[in-house]
Ligand binder design. Structure first.
Ligand SMILES: Cc1cc2nc3c(=O)[nH]c(=O)nc-3n(C[C@H](O)[C@H](O)[C@H](O)COP(=O)(O)O)c2cc1C
Length: 167
């Protein structure tokens, strides 16, 4: 599965104790009409019970320049989101600043799926900023998508540019 590229999104919510968020690679667009998205949450997640209390959830799809942030968020440290650049707006979930796509949604259903649960959400609003490329997770590394240059390369076709590791 590590060789199947996934998006890097942050699912966030505002609770009485402040913002809660987790990195989610299983984000999927489910339906346009009605507008539905979904993602899978592991049963071991400590963040999900708090996120589920939030009135609305936010999803921020990270841009390639968020690589430092993505590495920080991947750690299990409880304060991993403390230095994230949040965008706050009254009545809205917090978003990661300069994300490629941000959307707000409400949880419609939560379905058990093995050691995960599938969370289906109704999208209420969506915005995009295409000034920077999005980020993907591939082969256990953060990368940015690029054009496929050679169509008939036999063994390995490299179409992802690894993002430099700074730590
Ligand atoms: C690139 C990436 C993608 C991830 N995707 C998911 C995911 O789809 N679902 C999930 O439950 N956890 C995913 N995780 C792990 C969570 O972000 C988080 O580390 C885990 O839920 C433990 O933190 P928590 O106990 O605070 O929830 C992903 C982590 C990374 C770095």
């Amino acid at each position: 599965m590590a060789y199947i590229p996934t998006p890097v999104t942050v699912v966030s919510g505002m609770t009485v104790d402040g913002p809660v968020a987790m990195v989610v690679g299983s984000f999927v667009s489910v339906s346009l009409d009605p507008p539905l998205i979904g993602f899978f949450v592991t049963h071991g997640s400590m963040s999900w019970p708090a996120l589920q209390q939030a009135h609305r959830l936010g999803v921020s799809a990270l841009a390639s320049h968020h690589d430092d942030l993505a590495r920080k968020l991947s750690r299990r440290a409880p304060d991993r989101f403390a230095r994230a650049h949040w965008h706050y707006e009254e009545g809205m979930p917090p978003f990661i600043r300069d994300a490629v796509v941000t959307l707000t949604c409400r949880v419609e259903s939560v379905t058990p799926a093995g050691d995960h649960r599938f969370v289906l959400c109704h999208v209420e609003s969506l915005a995009s900023d295409t000034s920077a490329p999005g980020m993907v997770f591939h082969d256990r590394a953060f990368a940015q998508p690029g054009p496929v240059t050679a169509r008939r390369t036999p063994a390995r076709v490299s179409y992802l540019t690894p993002l430099e590791t700074t730590d």
